[in-house]
Design a protein around this ligand. Structure first.
Ligand SMILES: Cc1cc2nc3c(=O)[nH]c(=O)nc-3n(C[C@H](O)[C@H](O)[C@H](O)COP(=O)(O)OP(=O)(O)OC[C@H]3O[C@@H](n4cnc5c(N)ncnc54)[C@H](O)[C@@H]3O)c2cc1C
Length: 476
């Protein structure tokens, strides 16, 4: 990408780069999708990323004939935009949907894995919930909806509508699986807007699940609980690599350090790569970075927007890929994986049965597991030495899955700020962050701290913000 270069500000001024239509800061899935969309709209786009390679937290690794993920293992096919994107990138034939076997999902109770019921019959016979918890579900349609403006935690919401046990053994492990977070802190309106809307629209989740289905069909959206999980033959990185390739040059290993806008509407960005200062110019800027990085760039324009962004909490997580001889694991690993409720007092959030989910992830006779350690339950664990984190994962595999032998290999990746937490007050923090965008016309945010953390949400938001930016640029 065209940038001015110099060892100090004066030299950089002397070699001012051309004014692009848009610059996207951050080449995770959010920024890459936004840049791809802008380019398809016929605009000139530059992409700058602090990482060594594009993709952000998405990264697929090959080791000892296994293929595992450092970040997301799969995504949900919730929006037709995903299919369109995959088609445009020419990677449809690489796309893989999770195996039939992985429709089975386990939750741990009393140290034992129980399959989550998927039919009314299975629900009434499962030992995962007591008779009184099942009965509580029957009265859900008669529980009154909350004040639409009150902000409630997902824990309070579920306790009110479905009861304590459903919170402990269904929602708490789910919140751990998606946010690595604490259900007592996460806002139902910010993190689960569809659940909140179901209650407000239909007065009941159960009624809304049935009656809202035709509405979702009309919108061509698929609910997260029914959408299929997908990845690619070469792992999730196939998607971000293809997006990056479609964009041409990306300024990797380059950190944007300053953002300014002049009265003629042109943004100047300053950045740094291996000690060299660089300058770019554009008529629009999409900030597709984590909240703290966005805060650093808007601080000189709006202290309040920066404070709101800085106050967004993130959960730390370590992922551990472990390969075992299949014969050394007692559990059949016949599912997606298992989630672990907080009440179980274990040291893992969950374990994915990665080689069951997707064929070709490990040689025949080898089982590949991906284990999540830490989250807000155990925020200190991801700070331990990698060998200690690997040992925790193995101990839990032995206890929960009956792993009898040492792993063939383990690989640990620590994410100190893995997932943004949509806690109570999050929507007003997002609104305060937007105030900087209103003060600087042409500035857009697009990242997982806004509009959803799932890969599918990031793809949707990448489209949305790119369309807003293109609309702004096309306005005379
Ligand atoms: C361990 C883990 C497991 C997950 N599992 C799943 C899953 O199974 N399914 C699912 O749907 N989602 C999952 N998620 C969530 C999902 O992967 C993320 O929310 C999503 O990928 C985030 O994309 P993003 O582009 O918004 O942010 P990021 O991927 O964080 O990208 C932000 C980019 O900004 C760059 N950047 C930061 N500061 C600057 C700067 N100053 N200048 C230039 N560049 C900068 C960074 O280098 C980075 O590349 C998981 C996340 C993690 C961490």
């Amino acid at each position: 990408m065209s940038s001015g270069e110099g060892s100090d500000a004066t030299r950089a001024d002397a070699a001012l780069p051309p004014v692009l239509d848009a610059i996207v800061v951050g080449a995770g899935i959010s920024g890459l999708v936004a840049a791809h969309r802008l380019k398809r709209a016929g605009l000139t786009v530059g992409v700058i990323d602090a990482g060594e390679r594009p993709g952000g937290v998405i990264g697929s690794v090959r080791q000892a004939e296994c293929l595992f993920e450092r970040g997301p293992n799969s995504a949900l096919d919730t929006t037709p935009l995903i299919g369109e994107l995959v088609e445009q990138l020419g990677i449809r034939s690489e796309m893989r949907f999770a195996s039939e076997a992985s429709n089975k999902r386990y939750v741990v109770r009393g140290g034992v894995l129980h399959a989550l019921p998927t039919s009314p019959g299975a629900f009434f016979s499962t030992p995962l919930f007591s008779a009184s918890a099942k009965f509580a579900l029957l009265r859900e349609p008669f529980v009154r909806a909350s004040d639409p403006h009150a902000e409630e935690s997902i824990a309070a919401f579920v306790r009110r509508r479905l009861g304590e046990e459903f919170l402990d053994y269904a929602i708490d492990p789910f919140v751990a699986g998606v946010y690595a977070g604490d259900p007592e802190k996460i806002s139902v309106r910010a993190a689960f807007p569809k659940l909140h809307a179901l209650e407000q629209r239909w007065g009941s989740l159960i009624r809304g699940a049935f009656l809202g289905a035709s509405e979702r069909k009309r919108e061509k959206e698929t609910a997260k609980n029914t959408a299929k999980s997908f990845s690619f033959a070469g792992g999730m990185q196939t998607l971000t690599d293809a997006l990056a390739a479609s964009l041409g040059a990306i300024d990797s290993d380059t950190r944007v350090t300053r953002l300014q806008r002049s009265d003629d509407g042109v943004f100047t960005l300053q950045g740094e790569r291996q000690g060299r200062m660089l300058v770019w110019r554009a008529r629009a800027v999409v900030l597709a970075t984590p909240a703290d990085a966005a805060a650093a760039l808007v601080r000189e324009h709006s202290g309040d927007a920066a404070a709101a962004l800085d106050s967004m909490a993130y959960a730390p997580v370590a992922t551990v890929a472990s390969a075992y001889p299949k014969s050394s694991i007692a559990h059949p690993l016949d599912g997606f994986g298992c989630l672990v409720p907080r009440k179980e007092n274990r040291r893992v959030l969950g374990v994915l049965f990665s080689s069951t989910m997707f064929a070709g992830r490990a040689p025949a006779g080898t089982a590949l597991l991906t284990t999540f350690v830490g989250g807000l339950r155990n925020p200190d664990l991801p700070r331990l030495h990698e060998s200690e984190i690997a040992a925790i994962a193995h101990d839990e595999h032995a206890a929960l899955l009956g792993a009898r032998e040492a792993p063939l290999f383990q690989s640990v990746k620590r994410w100190p700020r893995a997932i943004p937490q949509y806690t109570i007050g999050h929507l007003s923090r997002v609104e305060r962050a937007q105030s900087a965008a209103r003060m600087l016309p042409g500035l857009f945010y697009c990242a997982n701290w806004k509009g959803g953390v799932a890969v599918g949400d990031c793809i949707k938001n990448g489209h949305l913000e790119a369309d807003l930016a293109a609309g702004y640029l096309h306005t005379p």
